[in-house]
Design a protein around this ligand. Structure first.
Ligand SMILES: [Zn+2]
Length: 524
């Protein structure tokens, strides 16, 4: 534990979530990279310079930059951010900074995984063509890639299509299409476009897809009907097509109109496609100082890809390990921290496939890796109802590393809780731009739930099979979106009314705003 200071001087303040995460990761890294005999992990000589240097506001600014770019694998937006991070690392004094380029052309394999070529989009718009009052047509724009890239499913291909919309339910089973002629039409489906395209497009000749798939299933699945979720097509589909993603609200309106016999005419214009390129992985190191140990590496990882904005997933993890790198490098340069015994490496790869490609293509890096600290979705806050997890790895890979991570998490919890409860703590870890709520990280075992959260990330790769590395992971999971309504809470709904058509009232009411309409059938 840090020595208690009789008269604590004001500390530079860190943002309440991200900087605590950074502190947590940094402390774990400092311990793992140190000489074994260096001492207790919470030595004041280590914590004080970290508290002086770490900046939650810096992390937030980096999140703002990263989240302005649509960061699909190998895309122009991804490269912009990868180069930005490399520049920041050089500026911070890291060594051996580079962007590792691994060919991705759809033919080369990394292990058992076929590389997927980069995908870029220039334009995508979806219009409805209606009959105007008094005759003629009226065009209404329903979706625009320029405004929200998420409306276009990943791996969509260029198309210029004007066609009728037809509702085929989920769209994954031949029964969904029974008695329906979809050839030349745009199918409205509840499943992911990838699960539909082979049947609807390849086999039955649909002209394109509109999907209201709700992405991953959690307790809050389908709760917010105004959101547009991430969608994707089969990268290697025999027949190229396009798919637009729409909200449940939009889909329900389409379905209501179609079931009433209305004809819906749509115009889709897409300029997008795949092209040969590479996976780009930004990396840099803080060299180890111990001759016997510097060949070993402690790795900080995240994943840099994802649709714009992707602020929590995963600009947050990427910006946080960047701040860890900067802080550690600066403090070592100023001799406020000793250099680590082992080398500390930082990597920013695309999720799963980019990590696997790196580990397969660069066995030299894999061999040197002794432990990894992985950050994915470490932003958010109470409004997202997500729990900050510090997860252990599987029991098949026992390691003291997880105990180090748990000990540091408890320390950060305790300090932030003390500060939240009393206004005083030796290491409060708050930022002028942030709040004062306690972090309350949960230290959780490797369970089906945490395994699932980790499965979308690097640890599922780095902790299994021949690449067995202990990888404590920080993630806010499960995640939810806050209720979209707001307003006075003084008038709770009467029994038998609904907050929203899909949300039955609870004993506590309907959140902060309600609408006393009769319950309707829940949307699909
Ligand atoms: Zn993620």
């Amino acid at each position: 534990m840090p020595s208690q200071k009789p008269n604590p001087t004001p500390r530079p303040k860190l943002s309440p979530k991200l900087s605590r995460t950074a502190a947590l990761g940094l402390l774990v890294g400092a311990v793992l990279a140190a000489r074994p005999a260096q001492g207790a992990p919470f030595d004041k000589a280590v914590i004080e310079p970290l508290a002086d240097e770490l900046s939650g506001s810096r992390i937030k600014r980096e999140v703002e930059f990263i989240s302005r770019h649509h960061r699909m694998r190998g895309s122009r937006g991804y490269r912009t951010v990868a180069e930005h991070i490399a520049n920041e690392l050089r500026h911070a004094g890291l060594k051996r900074v580079e962007i590792i380029e691994l060919k991705a052309d759809g033919r080369i394999f990394y292990g058992t995984q076929r590389s997927r070529p980069p995908w870029d989009a220039d334009r995508a718009e979806l219009w409805e063509i209606r009959t105007a009052r008094g005759g003629g047509t009226q065009r209404v724009r329903l979706a625009s890639w320029a405004e929200m890239p998420l409306v276009l499913a990943q791996d969509s291909e260029s198309a210029e299509v004007t066609a009728d919309l037809i509702d085929v339910g989920e769209g994954t089973s031949p029964a969904d299409y029974a008695g329906k002629e979809v050839r030349g039409k745009i199918v409205l489906v509840g499943a992911q476009p990838e699960a539909v395209s082979k049947l609807a497009v390849e086999k039955l000749g649909a002209a394109g897809i509109i999907s209201y798939a709700q992405n991953q299933r959690t307790a809050w699945w389908k709760k917010n009907r105004t959101l547009i979720r991430w969608g994707h097509l089969d990268t290697f589909a025999a027949v190229p097509t396009f798919a637009f993603m729409v909200s449940l609200q939009r889909a329900n309106e389409f379905r209501r109109r179609l079931s009433g016999g209305e004809r819906i005419r749509l115009r889709a214009s897409v300029a997008a496609g795949k092209h040969p390129g590479s996976y780009q992985i930004t990396t840099g190191v803080i060299p180890g100082a111990d001759r016997a140990l510097r060949g070993q590496e402690i790795v900080f990882s995240c994943h840099l890809d994802h649709p714009r904005p992707g602020a929590n997933d995963n600009a947050s993890g990427c910006a946080t390990i960047l701040e860890v790198a900067r802080t550690m490098s600066r403090l070592i340069a100023r001799k406020r921290l000793p250099p680590p015994a082992r080398t500390i490496r930082f990597v920013w790869p695309p999720e799963i496939e980019g990590t696997l490609a790196l580990l397969v293509a660069r066995p030299d890096l894999t061999r040197r890796m002794r432990a990894a600290i992985h950050l994915d979705m470490v932003g958010g806050g109470p409004a997202t109802r997500a729990v900050f997890h510090v997860t252990r790895g599987p029991a098949s890979l026992p390691s003291f590393v997880h105990d180090v991570a748990a000990t540091v998490a408890r320390f950060v919890n305790q300090q932030s809780d003390e500060y939240a409860g009393t206004g005083v703590a030796a290491w409060p870890m708050v930022d002028p731009a942030g709040g004062a709520t306690a972090l309350q990280a949960e230290i959780v075992p490797f369970t089906p739930s945490t395994a699932r959260a980790r499965s979308a990330s690097r640890p599922s790769i780095s902790t299994t099979g021949p690449i067995a590395t202990s990888t404590p992971t920080s993630i806010r999971w499960p995640t939810s979106t806050p209720p979209s309504w707001s307003g006075p809470a003084s008038s709770p709904p009467r029994r038998g009314t609904c907050c929203r058509a899909w949300a039955p009232p609870t004993p506590a009411g309907c959140g902060t705003r309600w609408r006393a309409s009769r319950c309707a059938a829940p949307p699909r």
